[in-house]
Design a protein around this ligand. Structure first.
Ligand code: CA
Ligand code: CA
Ligand code: CA
Ligand code: CA
Length: 324
């Protein structure tokens, strides 16, 4: 991460503050705080995507969460059942494999890897849900990370590094990448589709500190939802589209919050002295997965949307983070 910051400063000395935000956010998703999180579709692909042959084919499977862990020496992508059983490694590469996200039909997982370069030049990859058919989608200098599928499966949003970070959109095949945000003075990261596909929430520093924003899926109509002087980042929509979970440091350390999709009624769900981050709402709307450090290392937890029933799923001495 230090190398990233230095290179960014060399590239853009006037954007030091934004670079620091980027460093902080990336560190949060990186080796220190655990990975990125994803959405909820992961927790219940067969239920969430409902109709169609793919969902039918999956109906006999248990709902799966995908996450990342460094338990085997470096970050790899794993899946587990929603009760924490059956933890299974999908990747096996000496580079860092990060930020997994389920496809809407539960058949594929998009993720980030440095295997064809370095962590500072990571690319977006896709694989089948069993870890087979791993293939690269992006080919671009700098970091490409945090892929998220559109609800119809046709496109993938991610953040990329033209100079500072911006939200990009590409076809699910990796073609036609487009910069949606194009604000050269801000760091725009962590895209997240609304369940109806019409909007993308994201994290941006454009108003001076890290906030949750939402825009139309074509990049128009950007609105600041959180409007809080402390750091707010990493939105995750509820399955019904009415609420957004996010992370904030407004109460002294990282906690999980929820708000209405218009930014009203911001409410804290976790309350402890250690980091809680990377919320991912389940596709059935009944649980929020997140990453907690309260047990001395990072674990994947789930809780009810009102913050009750916080439960450790991974129970492993290594760092486990960024569930989807
Ligand atoms: Ca790896
Ligand atoms: Ca803020
Ligand atoms: Ca906390
Ligand atoms: Ca752990």
């Amino acid at each position: 991460m230090g190398d990233i910051l230095i290179s960014k400063i060399r590239l853009a000395p006037l954007a030091l503050i934004s670079s620091l935000f980027a460093l902080m956010l990336l560190a949060a998703c990186g080796s220190q705080d655990g990975g990125p999180t994803s959405r909820t579709s992961a927790s219940n692909p067969s239920e969430s995507h409902g109709v169609g042959e793919t969902a039918t084919d999956q109906s006999d499977r248990l709902p799966l969460l995908v996450f990342r862990s460094n338990r085997d020496g470096n970050h790899e992508i794993y899946t587990m059942n929603e009760d924490g059983s059956g933890q299974t490694r999908l990747t096996n590469d000496p580079s860092e494999d990060d930020t997994p996200a389920w496809s809407p039909d539960g058949e594929q997982i998009a993720f980030t890897s440095g295997r064809d370069g370095s962590r500072e030049e990571s690319e977006v990859y896709v694989m089948d849900a069993d870890g087979s058919k791993q293939s690269r989608l992006t080919s671009h200098p700098g970091i490409d990370a945090f892929p998220v599928w559109s609800p119809d499966g046709s496109r993938i949003a991610y953040h990329s590094q033209p100079l500072l970070f911006a939200i990009f959109l590409m076809d699910a095949t990796g073609s036609n990448p487009v910069n949606l945000t194009n604000v050269r003075t801000s760091t725009d990261v962590h895209p997240e589709w609304s369940p109806d596909g019409s909007k993308i929430a994201f994290t941006s520093t454009r108003d001076g500190n890290s906030e949750i924003y939402v825009m139309n899926a074509d990049g128009s109509g950007v609105v600041n939802l959180t409007k809080h002087p402390e750091t707010d980042f990493f939105p995750s929509w509820s399955a019904d589209g009415r609420m957004i979970a996010f992370v904030s440091q407004r109460d002294g350390n990282r906690e999980i919050y929820v708000m209405n999709a218009d930014g009203s009624n911001q409410t804290r769900l976790t309350n402890n002295d250690s980091s809680d981050a990377w919320p991912a709402w389940s596709s059935d709307g009944k649980q929020i997965a997140f990453t907690a450090r309260r047990d001395g290392n990072e674990e994947i937890y789930v809780m009810s949307p009102d913050g009750s029933n916080q439960t450790n799923l991974t129970n492993h001495p290594a760092d486990d983070s960024y569930a989807d």
